[in-house]
Design a protein around this ligand. Structure first.
Ligand code: UD1
Length: 383
């Protein structure tokens, strides 16, 4: 079965691609590499020994999106299911530049759905977020909890969810699984793929790794006066590999789902910032100095999932504990202190001469870092 992963070169996308490839799916990635690197796909190929089809295309450009579907169909096996993770996710940035978020996230999703409709591919797994619960009044949070948004980013997810629900109402042929992620952390245990945020990270765990590497002097803990065990914010951290396996379960689900269904993907456990710091220190053997500062605007005290619907409906459950999350994160960080290597990535030519504008199928050599083309070829041969 062929699965198109839109945003497949990103943090979550690479883990989803790896899991799909390891489980016998034919994987095709569509990514504009705005926040990611083609080298990440090369790593997925190294890890899985499978060849991943890659198109550099932007979901904001409908013509590019439809060409990806057509190009795959022309090869004789059309795309069966789409996993849509192509979106921007920085809350603060979305407040400053809302139109960019609506354009990327909402317009991009509309184009993807339009193109899918056009070619008759009507099975979709969509990456949503617990952010759609807004300022949740109580945890654990069930899927039926009232929805609201506290930022343009959150609102973009809400609009897309509504658009997908309307699409399913308008045409009974559609099946959509909407996955609301809680706080994905960690990295693949191989140390080959992980999160590679550009600039200074906003999220807790990527920031902690910068402190452990000595690239940031101190972790700022946003508030210690919340009504929680130790006064710091409580979240539902889940291992990114567990999150990836939730996508596989959802892909199977949309095979015989009628209409749309929403699932929380979380562990159901709330963990505080200081507990996370402790776990990371034990797993890494590194000290993470921190100071307590003011609360961050827009943060809630406590947010964790009731994941029972995913358990019952998808047969999915998070399996990996905090020590796996932290030790896998540290392995990836130690081995890749500069992520996938931004400079090298930027020097690489991304356009294929003669390719139609807007959509660029990347070839093997472009995926491999200089001097490692043989590794990609080997990975592809191993299939
Ligand atoms: C954030 C977004 C959420 C988004 C998710 C994407 C906000 C308000 N929410 O979730 O919408 O879907 O990222 O990954 O931005 N913390 C610190 N110091 C730091 C960073 C974080 O103390 O330097 C604390 C926060 O106050 C919070 C916890 O760590 O209590 C987790 O923060 P973070 O990793 O940013 O995730 P969320 O805010 O839960």
């Amino acid at each position: 079965k062929k699965v198109l992963v839109a945003g497949g070169a990103g943090y979550i996308g690479t883990h989803v691609c790896a899991d799909l490839a390891m489980n016998g799916y034919d994987v095709v990635v569509l990514d504009n590499f705005a926040n990611s690197s083609p080298l990440a796909i090369h790593r997925v190929e190294m890890l899985t020994g499978k060849k991943i089809g890659v198109y550099q295309a932007d979901t904001r450009d409908y013509d590019s999106v439809i060409r990806v579907f057509e190009a795959e169909e022309a090869k004789g096996s059309p795309i069966d299911t789409v996993v849509h993770l192509a979106g921007l996710k920085a809350v603060g940035e979305s407040v400053e530049k809302p139109h960019i978020y609506y354009d990327n996230n909402v317009v991009g999703s509309i184009n993807l759905v339009r193109a899918m409709d056009e070619v008759g591919c009507k099975k979709l797994v969509f990456s949503s977020s617990a952010t759609v619960y807004g300022d949740a009044r109580s945890s654990p949070i069930k899927e039926c909890h009232p929805l609201s948004a506290t930022s343009p980013y959150g609102r973009s997810k809400l609009y897309i969810e509504e658009m997908l629900r309307d699409t399913c109402i308008s045409d009974g042929g559609w099946s959509v699984a909407i996955l609301r992620y809680f706080n994905p952390v960690g990295a693949h245990p191989s140390g080959l793929i992980g999160e590679d945020p550009k600039g200074i990270p906003n999220n807790l765990m990527p920031f902690i790794t910068k402190v452990a590497l000595g690239k940031q002097p101190v972790l700022k803990v946003f508030g210690s006066d919340y009504p929680t065990r130790d006064g710091t914010g409580v979240r539902d951290y889940l291992h990114v590999c567990d999150l990836a396996s939730g996508h596989l379960a959802a892909i199977e689900k949309v095979d015989d789902l009628e209409g749309s269904e929403v699932y929380n993907l979380g562990t159901g456990n709330g963990v505080s910032v200081l507990e996370m710091v402790d776990e990371f220190e034990s797993a890494s053997g590194k000290e993470v100095p921190y100071e307590i500062v003011e609360r961050r605007k827009g943060d809630v005290a406590v947010c964790f999932a009731d994941p029972s619907k995913a358990h019952e409906g998808l047969g999915w459950q998070a399996k990996l504990d905090l020590s796996h999350m932290c030790s896998d994160l540290w392995r990836w960080t130690e081995r890749n202190p500069d992520g996938y290597g931004v400079e090298e990535h930027l020097e690489r030519p991304l356009s294929t001469p003669g390719a139609k504008s807007g959509v660029v199928p990347l070839d093997r050599a472009q995926l491999a870092p200089a001097g490692q083309a043989g590794v990609a070829a080997k990975a592809a041969d191993a299939e």
